[in-house]
Write a new protein. Structure first.
Ligand code: KIV
Length: 263
């Protein structure tokens, strides 16, 4: 696979070409996803749950993220690689710069931050200093204790309007990508049209530019439960390589996510 850059994703958005993305945490799976030609990988702080067995993502450190980012980059040189900034590692713009540098040096092409308008100064500071940013809106798992659980976000009119505004503000601040998690499909569609940058959805319907799944959910091997918006491609295909290929194909053909995976 040719090296993927943010310019490719931008072009695909303009052409209406959907793309697949998945989380990865180690070199072996990163390589398998490279062979499957999945163009975007995320070293998610979901590793706190799926690798470390914690109930949430809050205990993940920058050192954990740098370690797994380095491992993924070692196995895959062509995907556009995003890495999550963990809980409280970007509480101030200065702190965000120091910590984002660790992830970029480990091989990330972009860092992902959870939150809306309050991150405008942070996004500006990072992007002006050569750190590309993906903004994560909707169900932001680091805020689980504010939300009182992992709940669909943006269901009421005010919250939906605020999310559209946040997306536009973050784009203006310099964000080059948006992840939308667990929001109604019609809101995700509206946000995707309201911004020029690519939008990747998870539990956000099939009108976003791309889709992402946690790899353990895509393979149906998560320890706890299977989210309603996910699909077990290993059960469908019988082996991991075919599962990754089937996921990519179903995203590109707009087969996944179907109405049964959409809020
Ligand atoms: O940490 C993660 O895996 C994520 C995805 C759910 C988008 O942020």
């Amino acid at each position: 696979m040719k090296k993927v850059t943010i310019n490719d994703l931008l072009k695909w958005k303009q052409e209406g070409r959907k793309f697949a993305s998945v989380t990865a945490y180690d070199a072996s799976f990163a390589k398998l996803f490279e062979e499957a030609e999945i163009p975007v990988l995320l070293v998610g702080d979901s590793l706190g749950m799926v690798l470390q067995g914690k109930p949430d993502t809050l205990d993940v450190s920058i050192a954990d993220m740098a370690y797994h980012t380095r491992s993924v980059r070692a196995g895959n040189t062509s995907a556009l690689l995003m890495a999550d900034m963990p809980f409280m590692t970007y509480a101030t713009p200065e702190q965000a710069c120091t910590n984002a540098a660790e992830l970029m040096k480990a091989g990330a092409n972009m860092v992902k931050l959870e939150g809306g308008a309050f991150l405008v100064d942070t996004v500006k500071m990072l992007t002006e200093r050569a750190v590309p940013v993906c903004a994560h809106l909707g169900l932001t798992p680091q805020s689980v204790n504010i939300f009182g659980g992992y709940k669909v976000q943006g269901r009421d009119q005010d919250a939906a309007e605020q999310m559209v505004k946040d997306a536009i503000l973050l784009q203006k601040a310099g964000a080059q990508l948006i992840v939308l998690e667990c929001v109604p499909g019609d809101l995700a569609s509206r946000i995707t049209q309201a911004v020029d940058i690519p939008v990747i959805g998870i539990g956000a319907g099939n009108e976003t530019d791309g889709q992402i799944l946690v790899m353990h959910d895509m393979f149906g091997i998560s320890a706890n439960y299977m989210p309603r918006f996910s699909k077990n491609y290993l059960a469908q295909t019988g082996d991991m390589r075919s599962a990754a290929a089937a996921y990519k194909q179903e995203v590109e053909q707009s087969i996944f996510p179907g109405p049964e995976h959409t809020f």
